[in-house]
Design a protein around this ligand. Structure first.
Ligand code: ZN
Ligand code: ZN
Length: 424
């Protein structure tokens, strides 16, 4: 037995429980103390409205899960919700475009009339606010180029080929227990971000699953589609802001004008809010379906078991690594060596507690993702056999060495963030 191991009787069901003094004591038999004792204070207890939303959301997640288990992730371009989102977003984009064309036309046709100038400039100004935004690459983020990380890019190229995705242009490495894929700039530079702590706690095949999932988003066209719909939603928010309530000062006539204008802008706001709600609920469903689709690709490329393993890490060792790094950052010392040691001695009982807790709370990466344990179950239901990509130890070691190059800088950033959080 490890020196930190303790045995006690469960206060609820009297079963004998073995635990680790460094972690929460809990009972696997009756799940006594599954949550940390400080979890359910009155201030954190959800109100009736958020409980209702939570219930509806649980129902939605279960329904979508059943759908993908029964009939797979489907053909993206035949999905009715997706087509509806596209059509609505296109209407909004066309509206913004017509404001630009109309504004320019009004300016040119009525010049130099002040009426034409005011409304023409308003139209062009609105179109400017509603313009598509492409984002840009953060030049300060530690990036690894093809020259600096040939083994990593070789591996990424292999995964991209299997996933049917174009090659990654830039790899960013950061200190999060996460990974993401996106495109930036007008030319759509493909950026993969790898969180070093997440990478550290994964087994080789789970790392392939992670890369395959992210590149699955690329080949599924999720980023492009989301950006198209998201920028339409942003335009709607601009319209909402522009259709503000007005106050006209003066006599009865001014009062009458302001009432009429406010009724009109009120109607516009109502319509816009309705459209935003429809688009957001369509993208809510779509983004979760996109996660299942990316998981499906990852299961084919890295095997279903590898994807399920990755999901399990995301709800067990992932959050634990996050908490460990936060507290270790204050203590100094080698952050990565410390993380390796912490994980090597991480007890199975704590892993199981976190696993059950995540299931109970339907933990997920964020609101755009289905609950992680449902994703694991979906991956395991896929009938893919052997992994399409398997790495040798030597290959993974070379990749690791390349990812370790920015490790010092990332450790300093984690420490800086932890210190800054102290003073907030
Ligand atoms: Zn018990
Ligand atoms: Zn994803």
């Amino acid at each position: 037995m490890a020196p930190s191991a303790i045995v006690q009787e469960c206060p609820q069901c009297a079963a004998s429980i073995t635990g680790d003094s460094r972690f929460v004591m809990w009972c696997p038999e009756c799940e006594w103390n599954l949550r940390r004792p400080d979890h359910d204070t009155p201030s954190t207890r959800p109100g009736p409205l958020s409980r209702l939303r939570d219930r509806l959301d649980a129902r939605f997640a279960a329904g979508l899960h059943r759908q993908v288990l029964d009939s797979g992730v489907g053909t993206p371009f035949r999905d009715r919700g997706r087509i509806a989102a596209y059509a609505l977003a296109s209407a909004v984009h066309l509206f913004a475009l017509s404001m630009l064309v109309g504004g320019v036309w009004l300016l040119a046709a009525t010049w130099p009339s002040p009426f034409g100038a005011v409304f023409g400039i308003a139209g062009v100004g609105f179109a400017y606010l509603a313009r598509p935004r492409f984002g840009r690459l953060d030049r300060d983020a530690p990036a690894l180029t093809r020259q600096e990380a040939p083994a990593l890019y070789d591996l990424l190229d292999r995964v991209a080929r299997e996933a049917g995705a174009p090659p990654v242009d830039v790899v960013l490495v950061d200190g999060k227990v996460n990974a993401s894929f996106g495109t930036v700039g007008l030319r759509g530079t493909r950026v993969l971000t790898i969180g070093l702590p997440l990478w550290q706690i994964l087994e080789p095949r789970e790392r392939i699953a992670l890369l395959a999932h992210e590149l699955g988003h690329s080949s599924n066209g999720d980023v492009r589609r989301m950006r198209y719909v998201d920028s339409a939603i942003a335009t709607l928010y601009e319209i909402h802001g522009a259709a503000a309530r007005v106050h006209v000062h003066g006599g009865l006539r001014a009062l009458a004008i302001s009432i009429v204008v406010n009724i009109l802008t009120g109607l516009v706001r109502l319509l816009v809010v309705g459209l935003i709600m429809v688009l957001e609920s369509l993208t809510y469903r779509e983004s979760q379906l996109a996660e299942y689709a990316a998981d499906d690709r990852a299961a084919r490329i890295a095997s279903p078991v590898a994807v399920a393993g990755l999901m399990d890490k995301l709800i067990t060792r992932g959050p634990a690594a996050h908490r460990h790094l936060e507290s270790a950052a204050h203590r100094g010392g080698d952050l990565w060596e410390g993380l390796r040691e912490y994980m090597a001695a991480f007890p199975e009982t704590e892993e199981e507690r976190l696993r059950r807790l995540a299931r109970l709370e339907r933990a997920r990466v964020d609101a755009t993702h289905p609950p992680t344990h449902l994703r694991a179950a979906f991956a395991l239901s896929r009938a893919y056999g052997e992994a399409a990509i398997v790495t040798t130890d030597d290959e993974m070691e070379r990749v690791q060495a390349e990812l370790d190059a920015p490790a010092g800088r990332i450790a300093r950033e984690i420490a800086d963030r932890a210190r800054a959080a102290l003073y907030e």
